[in-house]
Design a protein. Structure first.
Lengths: 370, 92
């Protein structure tokens, strides 16, 4: 194993791996979904599959913000970007997500004013220094980034900055998990819960998964040992027929979450009745829109957006991969038309997308088992 | 975007409430720390930063672990680019 040297304690890793194999036995197949794209990346990067027995299968979840954004929303954002006197701003990941007529980066090359920013506050700063233009922030992300957009809106309002607005595509993770649990073709035994999202949401929102669906959830850190330990904690629950929410990432995640962050989200946003997720379809109450109190800073109020639903390129099977029905290399385009240099689907764009992670690191998983 | 970057608070802004200068592996930038004000933050504290906002307080040892992990995931350069890129509270 190439990366074992980087593990803090290879012996401890080996012990946990052995204990997982012992608990998993040989008679039953376990399907565990890691919800967060950060975990997907870490799992591939460290070749963790090698440290699991064949009957413990990891299914990659929907926790990659650019991966679940439907193409129609990318088109909507790009349509706003092309209006007169608009500067569109977006995170780097977003710049490479294909819309119907190319990515934001390709639009930029054609002369559309689209700029990459590292923080929504950077977008607000551009608005302050460019008063003759209207600056739109293309907001994406789960609860980890939503508070930042919320506080940026609050700052725009308190400073009276009127040439700034947010094109809001923030989504919330819990309704997506519920949709997956309700989906007939998803048979899952347990969840590795998201780490950084949970620093904001806390652990309570996952309790219904254990209570109503009888599936264990373990909130996990991102180190190899964290992820393996979380899988071990899940197997311990499953072995004795338990289902509860446990927090393996206690060193970062408080059980109650970050209350000021939740409050900021509550003030600046309201729930959309429904929102489309790539691969998962429409999920009710799964996304945020800018609240009516901030309508003057809501790009969807300030600009006409086409709002056209666009189907994915037919040959790409992003939806099936997102739901864990197909593994990345089983998609017809994987590694051919669709690769990290020229992504056809969003799963190939972000390092947290299952396809990009698989493309970069799959050779590790197929090397010597531990 | 989903990177959690560890940094140490070195100075609070006198010009803007909720703003503090953090040091990330030698690079110093202003970030917004207002979400941690309820639990209290002070100079010398370590925090995890997401897109310009400190989202949680951590121990010094965890900050070191986090940096090491970013490097193990091949994301340390991206993290430093992000920190260097925060320009919202820097002077022109």
């Amino acid at each position: 194993m190439k990366y074992v040297d980087e593990f803090r304690d290879p012996q401890l890793i080996a012990n946990v791996s052995r204990e997982i194999a012992r608990l998993a036995g040989a008679t039953r197949h376990y399907r565990i979904m890691e919800v967060c794209g950060g975990h997907t990346h870490a799992i591939y990067r460290h070749g963790l599959k090698n440290l699991l027995p064949p009957n413990v299968e990891l299914i990659h979840g929907p926790g990659c913000p650019v991966c679940v954004l439907p193409m129609g929303r990318v088109d909507d954002g790009l349509s706003i970007a092309q209006q007169r006197d608009v500067i569109m701003t977006a995170f780097g990941d977003m710049m490479r997500v294909p819309g119907t007529r190319g990515t934001p980066l390709e639009h930029k090359a054609r002369g559309v004013d689209i700029r990459m920013v590292y923080s929504p506050l950077d977008a607000l700063r551009i608005a302050q220094t460019t008063p003759e233009k209207h600056v739109v922030f293309f907001a994406i992300g789960f609860e980890t980034t939503a508070p930042s957009t919320a506080l940026t809106l609050a700052r725009a309002r308190s400073l009276g900055i009127t040439n700034f607005s947010v094109f809001c595509n923030h989504v919330t993770i819990v309704p997506a998990i519920r949709a997956i649990l309700d989906s007939p073709d998803m048979r899952l035994d347990a969840f590795v819960g998201p780490g950084h999202v949970s620093t904001v949401t806390g652990c309570r929102p996952y309790e219904f998964i254990a209570r109503d669906y009888g599936k264990p959830v373990v909130i996990s850190g991102f180190e190899p040992l964290d992820i393996l330990e979380s899988i071990l904690m899940i197997l311990r629950q499953l072995r004795v027929g338990q289902a509860r929410v446990e927090n393996q990432y206690r060193r970062i995640v408080p059980w109650e979450g970050n209350l000021p962050a939740l409050q900021a989200i509550g003030e600046a946003f309201e729930l959309r009745p429904y929102f489309e997720w790539r691969g998962l379809g429409f999920i009710s109450q799964s996304a945020l829109k800018v609240s009516s109190a901030f309508a003057a800073w809501d790009a969807e109020v300030q600009f006409e957006v086409p709002g056209v639903r666009v189907t994915d390129p037919k040959a790409a099977q992003c939806g099936e991969v997102l739901k864990g029905v197909l593994k990345p290399p089983q998609c017809k385009l994987f590694g051919k038309e669709c690769n990290p240099e020229h992504p056809v689907g969003a799963l190939m764009v972000s390092s947290e997308g299952a396809c990009a992670a698989y493309y970069r690191y799959a050779h590790l998983s197929e090397s010597v088992p531990a | 975007m989903c990177l959690a970057i560890p940094g140490q608070i070195v100075e609070f802004s006198t010009e803007q409430a909720g703003l503090a200068k953090v040091d990330v592996a030698g690079v110093k930038r202003n970030v917004n720390v207002s979400l941690l004000e309820d639990e209290g933050v002070a100079c010398g504290d370590w925090v995890l930063i997401h897109v310009g906002f400190a989202m949680s307080k951590i121990e010094e040892s965890q900050a070191k672990d986090q940096l090491r992990m970013l490097s193990a995931l091949g994301e340390d350069e991206m993290a430093m680019d992000e920190i260097r890129g925060y320009s919202f509270a820097e002077r022109e």
